[in-house]
Ligand binder design. Structure first.
Ligand code: ZN
Length: 187
C-alpha cells in the first residue's frame, strides 16, 4: 500500500495514504470532498462518481460514491491505509472551492440517449427581474441552455452576490449552501 509509512508518521495526512481502486487503464479518477459524519465531524474523503437511481416511488435521486480513510492491521504487524467505500447523498457532502467536480463520472437513469454527464453548475438569470439569478446543477431541468458551466468555486462566488439564489429542485441548494456556510477555511 503506497504511503503507509508516511501516513503512520503523520496522522493528519493519512488520507494521502489511502489506496484507490484501479482499472486496467490506471487509477479510478477521484477528487477530494468534505463529508459530515453522523456525529458531526468533518472529514476529507474521496469522491469517485455519482449515480442517479430511481426509488420505488418513481422519484429520482442522486447517490455519491465516496471512500473515507481508515487504517487496518497489516500482516507485518503494522497498519496500512485502506479506503472504506460507501454511497451517500449530497446533503452530507461539502464541496471544496477550487476542486473541479465536473471530472467525476456521472450516471443518470437512462431515459434519453445515455451520454456522459458532469456535475457542474450554471447561472441562469431570472427573466424579467434585473439583477436576479439562480444557480442550478447543469443537469437541472430549469437550467436548459442557461449558458456556460461554472466550476464549484465560481458557483459559490456567484451565490455570495445579492440577488443570486440556489435552486431547490436540483442539488444546487443542498450542495452549495452548506459549502458556502462552511466558509473559506477548506479546500
Ligand atoms: Zn435547478
Amino acid at each position: 500500500m503506497a504511503g503507509t509509512t508516511s501516513g503512520r508518521d503523520s496522522p493528519a495526512r493519512q488520507h494521502d495514504g489511502v489506496s484507490v481502486p484501479a482499472t486496467a487503464d490506471g487509477p479510478v479518477p477521484h477528487v477530494p470532498i468534505g463529508l459530515v459524519t453522523p456525529d458531526g465531524q468533518h472529514l476529507q474523503v474521496r469522491l469517485f462518481e455519482r449515480q442517479q437511481i430511481e426509488l420505488d416511488s418513481g422519484c429520482r435521486v442522486w447517490r455519491y460514491k465516496i471512500a473515507a480513510p481508515m487504517w487496518q492491521a497489516a500482516a507485518d504487524g503494522g497498519v496500512e491505509a485502506v479506503g472504506f467505500t460507501t454511497w451517500v447523498t449530497a446533503d452530507v457532502l461539502r464541496p471544496y472551492r477550487c476542486v473541479a467536480y465536473n471530472t467525476i463520472p456521472s450516471h443518470r437513469v437512462p431515459t434519453l440517449p445515455p451520454e456522459p454527464e458532469t456535475w457542474g453548475w450554471v447561472l441562469r438569470p431570472v427573466l424579467g427581474q434585473r439583477g436576479r439569478a439562480v444557480v442550478h446543477e447543469s443537469n437541472c431541468r430549469h437550467a436548459e441552455r442557461a449558458g456556460a458551466e461554472l466550476q464549484t468555486e465560481e458557483a459559490l462566488n456567484a451565490l455570495m452576490l445579492s440577488g443570486v439564489d440556489a435552486c431547490h429542485d436540483c442539488d444546487a441548494a443542498a450542495v452549495l449552501i452548506p459549502a458556502l456556510q462552511l466558509g473559506e477555511g477548506h479546500g
